[in-house]
Design a protein around this ligand. Structure first.
Ligand code: NDP
Length: 309
């Protein structure tokens, strides 16, 4: 298979970002899956043309992500400058003076001297035991600005912020976030929040892009599944897989999908998205599945300060 590169778009700070990222979260991994598959997946992804990798401190795989990157650089597939690496600050490091040390710890595990994009993973602050803490994300953002000032993070942004939180952050900070990374898929289309972010020049990364089309051990989750007639008709029309249709749907909405795969064929498939596009009506048809139903259940935190309703 030929390597396929995703186009880049410009962020509101002038930096550019490739519009498809490999996801490395372990949410769909089986217990028997070795963590080493992350190193292999990152290498295969770079080989297939990915230039953007998404990880997080809480995934506990930054070391393996770093190994995959180091191997690809050592074998001459890419240079560090050609890659865009995203990682995230966990909820128990929200005090301003914890942010830079947390990023330095991530960089050490990744074997990198800067990160392209550093995100506040959630607006919620917790203690290390996951009990609620009372740190305002405006304080956390001061630490993110410190990280950028020091050159440790080239761009800074947020994840899982709702519209009210985005507005409050934009109105009360010197540097505007470049990204809000949120869940977007057919059962959780997030049209109002996406429009809000885009109107403020904040690009949206779409996590869990396959939604409930892939099995998550759920019972009674809303449709669609992979045999849904709307999706299979589009797959037949464009000679693509249902997975590729879902990723293209996100791209055609101006979003940056983060498909996770550790399978070599699917990794290649998930970036082979740039020889077709959906019509406005086809995007609208997929939006019709919306139930505002999240794949990633964060309701354990629903009574915590700053829960993103
Ligand atoms: P995804 O929607 O990416 O689904 C991953 C699942 O889909 C895996 O079981 C994978 O299996 C399967 N799959 C991959 N490609 C295809 C395909 N073409 N056709 C059919 N099935 C496919 O889920 P995630 O929840 O992992 O989200 C993606 C990424 O987003 C995460 O890895 C993480 O980086 C990020 N994320 C961020 C969050 C946040 O709070 N900011 C929260 C959740 C995720 P296989 O590996 O066998 O291919």
């Amino acid at each position: 298979a030929m390597a396929v590169q995703a186009p880049c778009i410009q962020l509101n700070d002038g930096n550019t970002i490739p519009i498809v990222a490999l996801g490395t979260g372990r949410g769909t991994a089986k217990e028997s899956d070795s963590i080493d598959e992350v190193r292999q997946a990152v290498y295969w992804a770079i080989e297939a043309g990915y230039r953007h990798i998404d990880t997080a401190a809480v995934y506990q795989d930054e070391e393996q992500v770093g190994q995959g990157i180091a191997e690809a650089i050592a074998n001459g597939l890419v240079t560090r400058e050609e890659l865009f690496v995203t990682t995230k600050l966990w909820n128990d490091k929200h005090a301003r003076d914890q942010v830079v040390p947390a990023l330095q710890e991530s960089l050490k595990k990744l074997g990198l001297d800067y990160i392209d994009l550093y995100l506040i993973h959630f607006p919620i602050a917790t203690k290390p035991d996951d009990s609620p803490d009372n740190i305002d994300y405006l304080e956390t953002w001061q630490g993110m600005q410190d990280a950028r000032q020091l050159g440790l993070a080239r761009s800074i942004g947020v994840s899982n912020f709702n519209a009210t939180q985005i507005t409050r952050l934009v109105s009360n900070s010197y540097i505007r976030p470049v990204i809000n990374q949120i869940e977007v898929n057919p059962t959780n289309t997030q049209e109002p929040l996406v429009a809000h972010c885009q109107s403020l020049g904040i690009a949206v990364m779409a996590y869990s892009p396959f939604g409930f089309v892939v099995s998550r051990g759920q019972t009674g989750a809303p449709p669609p599944r992979s045999d849904d007639p709307t999706l299979t008709a589009l797959a037949n029309k464009y000679r693509k897989s249902v997975g590729q249709i879902l990723l293209r749907y996100l791209i055609d909405r101006g979003l940056i999908p983060i498909p996770k795969s550790t399978n070599k064929q699917r990794i290649a498939q998930n970036i082979d998205l740039f020889d077709f596009q959906l019509t406005f009506e086809e995007v609208a048809a997929i939006n019709q599945f919306n139930k505002n139903h999240r794949v990633i259940d964060i309701s354990d935190w629903k009574d915590y300060p700053n829960y993103p309703n």
